[in-house]
Design a protein around this ligand. Sequence first.
Ligand code: PXP
Length: 250
Amino acid sequence: MAHEHLRLGVNIDHVATIRNARGGPHPDPVRAAHVAAEAGADGITAHLREDRRHISDDDINHLARTLSELGLPLNLEMAATDEMLAVALRHRPRAACIVPEKRAERTTEGGLDVAGGRDHLAPVVGLLSEAGVRVSLFVEPDPYQLDLALAIGAPVVELHTGAYCDAPAGPVRDREFSRIEGAAAHAASIGLECHAGHGLGFDTVSDIAAIPTIVELNIGHFLVGEAIYVGLNAAIREMRRLMNEARHET
Ligand code: PXP
């Protein structure tokens, strides 16, 4: 089967986390975006959280300018709030991924409840789409959530791979993998573009990358951690190599 090119979106949030630990300008996520571009990233992902714990409004301003110079798309991860909608409509990034956000969580802990949130998600999807932003909804690998995503007009879903990545090797991980594989096939069958991400590392990326209907992976925390040992460029290149190998791309 011919596989579509699998894009790698590099999430640079945790470059900002390290910077913010000291409050100064170093390390700069914009420099990380330059390195990611050199290393072959297909896009940069950044999550502007309500509490601004990592990426700041200034980062988004600088990233938007730099990425348009580099010709690299920005994928803005955002909660479906009025404040974030205003930011997204001001910048009009190439893509926006709508995520649930709870103040107390350490990271995005689960996918969106599209059924429960339908009434406030649908207008956000509509306004972003009208502004030319390609909207994805971050959801659990559950066909019901995918059907609802389609029903409210989202062209793309991003499947949450966290439970798969956290599971120990064995039956639990196998079950989580089957859920992702099934959801990715379902997405394609109903005409949704399918992305995946959260928690992926060198030991978990290959099986996910081999799923042919997934066309984009968004990966951050592992790459920034690995960069401490080998550098960001080398970490991204190795991730890209594993993705290509799984996809039989050169
Ligand atoms: N995709 C989404 C929607 C996310 O919220 C995150 C985390 O910000 C990621 C992908 C990347 O996850 P990780 O940093 O664990 O690679």
